[in-house]
Design a protein around this ligand. Structure first.
Ligand code: THU
Length: 147
């Protein structure tokens, strides 16, 4: 499988980190906070939240912010899992959020640099589910294509 090293943080902790990150979202236009938490094979967790803009189309998704933060820290691969949560949270406010199309491509860049196929966790309650990034973005174009 693509990743899953022993030190990797578990699903519950990753979802909790994503939920905490969602609390830092800047989402005044959609009122839809999203948090993402990336887990690396050495145990590192890097989070992100969506950052919206008055020019709506310039808004940044939580996953993209998290990838940018990780790469700015020098991380280049080792991405084994991630969690995405969205909505207000709590008993009835959470939504099942899978990474948008652009974010799937952005995530692939970091994953493929380390030849991992991260497990993507989404949903928080009974609707919790997961898929590999390769399932969310099949037949992908990435850095390996250009190598
Ligand atoms: N959003 C994310 O942060 N990640 C996704 O994968 C889906 C959408 C954000 C973008 C926007 O700020 C808000 O959710 C509503 O679309």
């Amino acid at each position: 499988m693509g990743g899953g090293a022993a030190m990797s943080v578990g699903r519950d902790a990753l979802v909790a980190a994503a939920r905490e990150a969602a609390g830092k979202a800047y989402a005044p236009y959609s009122d839809f906070p999203v948090g993402a938490a990336l887990a690396f094979e050495d145990g590192t967790v890097v989070t992100g939240a969506n950052v919206e803009n008055a020019s709506y189309g310039l808004s940044l998704c939580a996953e993209t912010v998290a990838v940018a933060s990780a790469m700015k820290q020098g991380l280049r691969g080792g991405l084994v899992a991630l969690a995405v949560v969205g909505g207000a949270g709590g008993a009835d406010g959470a939504a099942v959020v899978t990474p948008c199309g652009r974010c799937r491509q952005v995530l692939l860049e970091l994953a493929q640099l380390g030849s991992t196929d991260p497990l993507v966790w989404f949903g928080e309650g009974a609707d919790a589910a997961h898929a590999r990034l390769s399932e969310l973005l099949p037949h992908a174009f990435g850095p390996a294509t250009l190598a």
